[in-house]
Design a protein around this ligand. Sequence first.
Ligand code: CP
Length: 293
Amino acid sequence: MQHLIRTDDFSTEEILALYNDADLYAQGGFHRILQDRIIITLFFENSTRTRSSFEIAAKRLGAEVVHLDVGKSSTKKGETLVDTAMNLDAMGPDAIIVRHANAGVPKILSNHTRAAIINAGDGAHAHPTQALLDLFTLRKHFGDVGGKRIAIVGDIKNSRVANSNIELLQRFGMKVTLVSPPQFMPQTDLPSTYHLQDVIDNVDAIMSLRTQTERHSQPSYASLQDYASDFCITKELVGDRDIIILHPGPVHRNIDIDDDLLADERCKVLEQVSNGVSVRMAVLKKLILDGNR
Ligand code: CP
């Protein structure tokens, strides 16, 4: 059984095939190929986009979705995560989609299930379907992304989205620069700067990230407004440059990206969300139908 824990679980050829399917699905070319299949969503952290779009993706392909409300589950009575996963797996689902605050949880669970485990975000480690939909969105705009320059801006150190994108975007030939204040900068061999002005004339795309206060052990900025004065991507900063703007959501308006730029056609945030459904449809089809059960 193939699982999706990190972007490098899929080869480049597999991703290109996945995108062919996602292109078809985006044009309405899908059937109930997952009829009679069961998918469980197991979210130990909040979600708007990832959970809903997986659920819509599954339903568009005819699958049934069972959501376990973890707040009311037997994990609250002391059942371990592995036992929870093994018990759910014993009911015969085809896939279990997992989000957890601790890095490594989906990988551990994948050692105990027959069902495909899909990582919907684990701590600051990985969010593979987010990166897959981000690259899909970039390819929609640029075609071949090889040689295109992207700045990833914000709380990179705490971002699973950044980790997954750094692997995937570079694999497809993009030139990645990291932009953040020192406390949000990971140890890196990539080009990096603490100043947006250093990159604004030399990028084709900017990926803004949310400040992940839930992962900070102590306040890392006097206020989000202080952070915004240095790192908010504003329409004034971008000017008339030919740059597209991405953000995985949820967006802190006027902290990550300002209202004017969010309303600008160069901002692809809602396109990312739409693409997330077709990319996740392709992921479900690949792991459930093309998997080696
Ligand atoms: N991008 C993302 O993971 O959003 P949610 O937290 O709303 O799922």
